[in-house]
Ligand binder design. Structure first.
Ligand code: COA
Length: 215
């Protein structure tokens, strides 16, 4: 199965919000730092597991230097709002000791949560991961992160309880998706990402930052 990381997907959320999905590139560093700075304390805590309000610059550097093989990262950018650094980002790292598994992280800007952004990012990560031979995604989800837990539960993920978090496992097999609303939304996004039931993705060179604007 082939998946071209140079693809750019121009999509609309359920409420019509126009977004662009594209891979993250090193030039996105300032954009990512600003998007993180704008997160609510709760969202930042759920993503980074710390109440500290500054994020280690080395982590930001790592986030925006994907090799698109063992570390893949995508951004969701608003096509009409130049004042926004981005509305969401998602990435995975392939596990060194289990190359068919990758650990995923995802964050959506607070004012865009609950509008389907994560579902679109999940769809592009799903297809990108499968094209690289990855068969499952795992996520470390803090005990009190009920939205993330509810979402992946609704996608059929399993959850193993750890001391302060759940280790969740999501098989990348569409036939295993349950009959839930969230799974239905993901199926639709997957179909569009695969080019079924939607217009062809826009193609632009991956090195060109697209959509939104510098913070
Ligand atoms: C978890 C998170 C990524 C979800 O992003 P989102 O864009 O709001 O998710 P979507 O709108 O695509 O919703 C996906 C599904 O999640 C579920 N969901 C979303 N928010 C929920 C909530 N507050 N409570 C219960 N279920 C929720 C719904 O089933 C929804 O699907 P549906 O609307 O089709 O039924 C977002 O809340 C976030 O960024 N949180 C802070 C950072 C974080 O927790 N990251 C994960 C670390 S492991």
């Amino acid at each position: 199965m082939s998946f071209d990381p140079g693809q750019v997907f121009d999509i609309e959320l359920r409420d019509g919000t126009p977004l662009r999905l594209r891979v993250i590139i090193p030039a996105d560093r300032d954009r990512i730092a600003e998007a993180i700075r704008r997160l609510s304390p709760e969202s930042a805590y759920f993503r980074f597991w710390t109440r500290a309000r500054t994020v280690n610059p080395r982590l930001i550097e790592a986030l925006c230097s994907p090799d698109q093989q063992d570390h893949v990262a995508w951004a969701a950018l608003h096509r009409g709002r130049a004042d926004l650094p981005g509305v969401g980002g998602a990435s995975f790292w392939r596990l060194a000791d289990d190359p068919e598994t990758a650990e995923m992280s995802i964050t959506v800007a607070d004012e865009f949560q609950g509008r389907g952004v994560a579902t679109w990012l999940q769809a592009v990560l799903w297809e990108h991961a499968r094209s690289l031979g990855i068969r499952r995604l795992v996520g470390h989800v803090l005990n009190d992160n009920l939205a993330m837990r509810a979402w992946w539960d609704a996608l059929g993920a399993t959850a193993e309880e750890r001391q302060r978090h759940w280790l969740m496992r999501l098989p990348l097999d569409e036939s295993l998706l349950p009959d839930s609303r969230a799974a239905g939304s993901l199926r639709q996004a997957l179909a569009r990402v695969r080019g079924v039931g939607g217009s062809d993705p826009v193609r632009t060179p991956p090195a060109a930052p697209a959509g939104g604007a510098r913070p």
